[in-house]
Design a binder for this molecule. Structure first.
Ligand code: DGY
Length: 320
């Protein structure tokens, strides 16, 4: 008998269809709309395998509704939407999509950094709104990226890929991470510093650390106050790492120059969120890994795990 697989989103048919060899598949049939919680809880009641996105919370409550669940596969490298401890207690496996999105995400981070430093979205609005009447010296002046100091919080795969890009811009590269990266330090000249020193010395602070109990609210009022007043903060990891109320205050009051944000505490961000009223915020809708090649590769990593499980083989990319 085929195993039951529930998919929480409409994924491309050509990617899902081959899995029919192993699975009886049902799925939420919307591409853009998140499955409502009550429908998700009902849908998991008889499934053995669940394929989710970061918008779906797989927590203890869900597990009580899913007595047959054995495998959860997540279409993301970050897995803060999954209560891994609760899954482990019940012997349920989980997988994610590491590796394939590293360069795509680092490209976006660097694009966001440049866009924020050089006020690119604001400049485009200025032109389209008919405000461009002449050229003058201090018109839309931004901050230089080349030669500046970048401080990267979280030197995992993506953090290192951002640092390599920064090297091409002749930046001084500071980092803070749970573990020292001696090899990368030697190879590229990255410099390990305390979080405090990183915040004090960097012109650009880039958050690339995973979101978990240790990093929730990592950048709050105290940490923001340590930063240079003309610094830029970039976050493409998870919104909950920054205290958004404190961030709004420093940006509004000229205590921080600008922020580039691809992620928010609540996603989608509410259109009346105070951060969206500030011209010195560049806000993106969580598109770090959004290239056709990479999103396809992420889906295919999930398919690989699902295929292996369907065949009774060892599963790669397990979250342990
Ligand atoms: C991830 O993979 O964790 C991203 O945030 C979503 O692509």
């Amino acid at each position: 008998m085929k195993k039951k697989l529930f998919i929480t989103r409409k994924f491309p048919t050509h990617i899902v269809e081959p899995l029919q060899e192993f699975y009886e598949i049902s799925q939420w049939d919307e591409e853009e709309i998140v499955i409502p919680r009550d429908k998700l809880l009902a849908a998991v009641s008889d499934c053995e395998v669940l394929w989710v996105t970061i918008a779906d919370l797989v927590d203890e409550e869900l597990l009580t509704h899913a007595p047959n669940l054995k495998l959860v596969t997540n279409l993301a490298v970050g897995y803060n939407n999954i209560d891994v401890k609760a899954l482990r207690k019940q012997g349920i496996m989980a997988t994610n999509t590491p590796g394939v999105l590293t360069n795509t995400t680092a490209d976006l981070v660097f694009g966001l950094l440049l866009a924020t430093a050089r006020r690119i979205p604001e400049s485009e609005r200025y032109l389209r709104e008919g405000k461009w009447k002449s050229w003058y010296p201090m018109q839309l002046v931004g901050k230089d990226v080349s030669g500046a100091t970048i401080g990267i919080i979280g030197m995992g795969r993506i953090g290192q890929a951002v640092a390599r890009r920064a090297k091409g811009f002749d930046m001084k590269i500071l980092y803070n991470n749970r573990r020292r990266r001696h090899e990368a330090e030697e190879m590229y000249g990255f410099q390990y510093v305390s979080l405090e020193d990183l915040l004090k010395q960097s012109d650009f602070v880039v958050i690339m650390t995973p979101y978990n109990n240790d990093t929730e609210g990592l950048i709050g009022e105290h940490e923001l106050a340590l930063m240079k007043e003309d610094a830029v903060l970039i976050n493409a990891s998870r919104g909950g790492i920054i205290d958004e109320v404190a961030l709004y205050d420093v940006l509004k009051n000229g205590k921080l120059w600008a922020a580039g944000l691809d992620v928010f505490e609540q996603e989608p961000i509410a259109m009346d969120h105070p951060l969206l009223t500030l011209p010195n915020v560049v806000a993106l809708p969580h598109i770090g890994s959004a290239s056709l090649e990479t999103r396809t590769a992420m889906l295919m990593l999930n398919v690989k795990a699902l295929t292996a499980y369907g065949q009774g083989k060892a599963i790669s990319n397990r979250i342990d």
